[in-house]
Design a protein around this ligand. Structure first.
Ligand SMILES: [Zn+2]
Length: 384
């Protein structure tokens, strides 16, 4: 821009100012007249403009929707008013969903009706959510239904996935193949024994997963391997890599993440991944390498069959003490629901021995081994 045109445009603005001012005065006059004419209705109109959705809020319709989504009987949810606060207790069936998922549903239902979440705390094994809807405050308590009276003899299930196949062959691989056929194998793509492991497992009727490498928090110090999903990738790069890995192991029916403590916390990246899995008809297991992983929720939103790891069996070590503490934890989890999902690794003969011992221990506790995808009856909650 030359000096001359700069000057010209400034000059023009100066000239326009009085016209703008007249317009403003005109508008103000109009507004004053409007307020005077509609004086009686003034307040009503103003509040409608401020909170458009509050008007549409109907607590009976909200309760009905929530009863529906939580699989509760009609009329079983009620709002009580205590100290000017509206309280709503929602029992959650742990066999259908967990509290985090329940929380997402409630938040979504309040927000679509103009509610605002003002606090959420975890307390007494439940979640307490507070919403403002217009001038009302709603306190919602989500809690697990008392340990579902699972008849003592009814089976409790455990699905075990062994991670990191692809790098082991020979006797060690054969040792793992000798494990009960309900144990799933997760195979890293592009490794020397990836295909062999998939084929041998498939022949046995064993379920396998593509163990998809994803970016960990301390990348590149920790290396998930080549062609991993990294958070700076765009949609087409992610799709290309996921497709390549899925196509290299076509007999695998599911996918879980290898590492990924960073990538699984990234909503966008996870939605790119899940879109490919949906198209290819694969289920997903969130290995839960991060406590704040969003992978499971994003998989649910993409309407694919999804699971979440409950615990790693071989972490921090493979001592007897670790095994006992894992068994205690599994018994604890199965008080609330009748299945548990666990992951372990195939790295060494010691880990194989540890897993063999673990399997006979857990079977003695009354648990029945199940393929991961066979848990779908228990796991999949009604989609939001
Ligand atoms: Zn892994």
């Amino acid at each position: 821009m030359t000096k001359q045109t700069k000057y010209a445009s400034r000059h023009k603005i100066k000239k326009d100012v009085p016209v703008g001012l007249y317009l403003l005065i005109l508008l103000l006059c109009g507004a004053i007249i409007f307020v005077i004419v509609y004086k009686g209705k003034g307040e009503e109109i103003a509040s409608e403009f401020k909170e458009p959705s509050t008007k549409q809020f109907s607590s009976s319709e909200l309760l009905q929707t929530l009863e529906n989504k939580f699989g509760l009987a009609d009329g079983s949810l009620q709002i009580k008013t205590i100290n000017h606060k509206k309280q709503l207790d929602i029992p959650v069936n742990p066999n259908k969903m967990d509290l985090t998922f329940a929380n997402m549903i409630v938040k979504g239902e309040f927000e679509t009706r103009g509610g605002k979440l003002i606090s959420g705390i975890v307390e007494d094994g439940g979640q307490h959510l507070t919403f403002n809807v217009g001038t009302d405050t709603y306190e919602v308590k989500l809690y697990y239904k008392k340990p579902v009276s699972i008849p003592r003899k009814s089976p409790r299930y455990i699905a075990i996935v062994v991670d990191d196949f692809g790098g082991i062959g020979g006797d060690l691989l054969q040792g793992f193949l000798n494990l009960p056929v309900e144990i799933d194998f997760a195979i890293l793509p592009g490794m020397p024994y990836s295909e062999e492991t998939m084929n041998k497992a498939y022949e046995q009727g064993r379920e396998t997963l593509v163990h998809l490498p994803m970016e960990p928090l301390d990348y590149p110090r920790q290396n998930p391997g080549k062609e991993a999903i990294l958070v700076q990738m765009d949609k087409s790069e992610v799709e290309k890599i996921v497709l390549k890995h899925l196509n290299s192991l076509p007999l695998c029916s599911g996918v879980n993440n290898h590492m990924g403590s960073l990538a699984t916390t990234d909503k966008e990246i996870m939605s790119y991944v899940m879109e490919v899995l949906r198209k290819k008809g694969k289920f997903f297991l969130d290995s839960r390498t991060s406590a704040v992983s969003v992978a499971y929720q994003i998989a649910q939103k993409a309407h694919i069959l999804a699971f979440r790891n409950d615990l790693f069996l071989d972490s921090p070590d493979i001592s007897n003490a670790t095994m006992e503490s894992k068994i205690e934890r599994i018994k604890q989890i199965s008080q609330n629901r009748n299945y548990v999902i666990a992951i372990t690794h195939c790295h060494s003969a010691e880990k194989l021995k540890y897993l063999q011992d673990f399997i006979s221990r857990i079977q003695k506790e009354g648990f029945v081994l199940k393929r991961l995808s066979e848990l779908k009856e228990q796991e999949v909650p009604a989609i939001i």
